[in-house]
Design a protein around this ligand. Structure first.
Ligand code: EPU
Length: 339
């Protein structure tokens, strides 16, 4: 049964654990209960797991939170399976469910906070895999009309931490379900160095998907703070791309620079390395700080505000720009305005 709350705290709805209030919070449990929203009733914000947002203050309107649940297998042949998951399912629980059923291909994305419905918005990716590789289709509800739309993988226009759902107008669609094409034959992707090292250290030379899942969980736990213990939203910035000329110039001054060649041209730089090199790793500014093991992650030690995190983010951007001439772009969605 859907629920509506008024003047509601969003603290448990954002992984930074920031205190912000919504005029109204609507937790939606079933599509039958949905009423189309006309222009003036449009939601100010769609909030699912709240693991990729920075709330800069109270939300002066309606916040819509999906609790749509359900996972089912739609089709299968000898080698592949089509699985459908509702948008309100927890992402990690879904990955674990697929592994238990023998549906493979999502293991490298284990332990990413958030929900199935939020996953396509920024095309979550980790340890050598992006969600886009496995998406067959995305089903979404257009909030102003109540019409359902099906987006093929191509329609989603996936890119690095990007999709059509991230562009304007934001919050036009609520992703109600995602269909995934997964493998029935175990196959693993262990090319990412940190994953390969973890498997080697565990003495595993022919890893199963279960081994990869476990190794990913260990690597993530060793590097990334658990939002339940320390408020954060994963990587706060995207890894920036630079031209070959910029890369060569930087590499000349900074031989330790961590960079990966991009398929077309240019390089992607490890933003965490740039931030660390500016001496910011583990730095604290009152109740907020740069995480001590992963500089790409900003954290709320408790009681910090969205404005304090934003001020720290700006400081990080300025320092990196000053030292390397590279502009870092926020990966996290900023909601509200600077005061
Ligand atoms: N590094 C440092 N210092 C740091 C952080 C990183 O030197 O403080 C170096 C590492 O040693 C490594 C390189 O930078 O050589 C890359 O680090 P890591 O493997 O931790 O990955 P990342 O590029 O920092 C990205 C994603 C993560 C994802 C990991 C693993 C982005 C913005 N972030 O981080 O995604 O888990 O790769 O694939 O692309 C997220 O999006 O929220 C997220 C956590």
């Amino acid at each position: 049964m859907s629920e509506r709350f008024f003047n509601c705290s969003l603290k448990s709805y954002n992984s930074f654990g920031l205190e912000a209030r919504a005029v109204q919070l609507w937790c939606l449990d079933s599509l039958e209960e949905f009423e189309p929203m006309q222009k003036d009733g449009a939601p100010a914000l769609l909030l699912s797991g709240g693991s990729n947002v920075l709330l800069l203050g109270d939300v002066p309107g309606l916040v819509l939170h999906s609790r749509l649940k359900g996972i089912r297998m739609l089709d299968r042949d000898e080698t592949r399976v089509l699985v459908r998951a509702a948008g309100g399912e927890g992402w990690h629980e879904f990955v674990r469910h697929c592994l238990a059923e023998g549906y493979y291909g999502l293991e490298n994305l284990a332990l990413i906070p958030g929900t199935v419905g939020a996953a396509p918005v920024q095309n979550i990716g980790a340890y050598g895999i992006e969600l886009a590789e496995r998406v067959a289709c995305v089903e979404a509800l257009e909030l102003s009309t109540g019409r359902m739309h099906r987006f093929s993988r191509a329609d989603c226009e996936f890119g690095y931490r990007d999709s059509i759902f991230k562009r304007e107008p934001r919050d036009r669609y609520l992703i109600t379900a995602v269909e995934f094409l997964l493998d029935l034959k175990p196959s693993v992707n262990t090319r990412y160095a940190a994953l390969a090292n973890e498997l080697a250290a565990a003495g595993i030379s022919a890893p199963t998907p279960g081994d990869v899942f476990d190794a990913i969980c260990r690597v993530r736990r060793s590097k990334l703070p658990d939002p339940a213990q320390l408020g954060n939203a994963g990587s706060f910035f995207k890894n920036p791309s630079v031209t070959e000329a910029q890369y060569l110039e930087l590499k000349d001054c900074e031989p330790g620079l961590v960079a990966y060649p991009l398929p077309g041209a240019g390089y992607k730089l490890a933003a965490g390395w740039l931030i660390e090199r500016c001496g910011l790793r583990g730095q604290r500014r009152g109740a907020v700080g740069v995480h001590e093991r992963q500089s790409l992650v900003l954290v709320n030690y408790g009681g910090g505000s969205g404005q304090e995190i934003l001020a720290l983010a700006r400081e990080v951007q300025e320092r990196v720009l000053e030292r390397f001439g590279v502009a870092l772009e926020a990966e996290v969605r900023l909601v509200g305005s600077v005061t």
